[in-house]
Design a protein around this ligand. Structure first.
Ligand code: ZN
Length: 247
């Protein structure tokens, strides 16, 4: 009788263990690619059944962050920023809120690049301040606080912020600044390329030479190759543009 009870208890415990393992393997299946290299370790030692029950009930409430010392992401209140955030997957580009001279430089630059057979893919332009602050916060929270965090209490928050990091296509090596030229309407991000040996008025041109002609510049080509910023002293450069004729 006693033996029978012990056997059935063992059986129940192992069933519970299987459930826990099954449930724990779920996040690594649904998590974004970026999380896979940091998959949570599966516990190897036996867990007392009281703790096991607590853990199992926790699994059904993934947003609970009790016990995690890291604060959740700040909510976005700014309406304009909210719409950016809602559409982050489709990479909304707001050119209308660029400063007029920045918008004009962007147009001229794009015209030059495409007429030379180059590639011009606009990724981002004006960003509301609150949205830029959100991007900065997501980066800091993921890279500095949660990426290497193995605390079980923080695992739900870790998963949430990791997904947000991936959704915004942020890069670990590229920290968004808290206030940027995008917020001021002075910058845009674009993936730009011109064919090797492209010539303009008989002269060889590169992406950066073309940019200089319209009064924009990539301040940090290596670290942020898509970021173009309006130059402060651009009248001389712009005066050269009409002589190019078609631009
Ligand atoms: Zn940028």
């Amino acid at each position: 009788m006693v033996l029978q009870r012990t056997v059935s208890q063992l059986f129940l415990l192992s069933l519970a263990c299987m459930c826990l393992h099954a449930a724990e393997s779920v996040p690594s299946v649904t998590a974004p690619v970026i999380l896979e290299e940091d998959a949570l370790p599966v516990p190897t030692r036996a867990i007392p059944s009281v703790l096991l029950d607590a853990e199992l009930s926790n699994l059904h409430r993934p947003r609970v962050v009790t016990g995690c010392k890291i604060s959740p992401l700040t909510e976005i209140w700014d309406l304009n920023a909210q719409s950016f955030e809602k559409n982050a997957d489709t990479e909304p580009v707001d050119v209308d809120d660029l400063r007029p001279d920045a918008a004009q430089a962007l147009d001229t630059f794009k015209g030059m690049v495409t007429s030379l057979g180059g590639r011009f893919e606009l990724k981002s332009a004006y960003r509301p301040a609150a949205y830029q602050a959100h991007l900065h916060e997501v980066w800091v929270k993921w890279v500095k606080e949660l990426r290497g965090n193995r605390s079980r209490a923080c695992s739900a928050l870790r998963e949430e912020v990791g997904a947000e990091f991936a959704r915004h296509q942020l890069l670990v090596k590229q920290q968004p600044v808290p206030v940027s030229d995008h917020v001021l309407g002075l910058a845009f991000d674009a993936a730009v390329g011109v064919p090797r040996g492209a010539r303009l008025n008989g002269k060889r041109v590169s992406v950066d030479k073309l940019a200089a002609l319209v009064g924009i510049k990539r301040p940090t080509i290596r670290r942020d190759p898509v970021h173009f910023k309006l130059l402060a002293d651009r009248p001389a450069a712009m005066s050269y543009v009409p002589s190019l004729g078609t631009y």
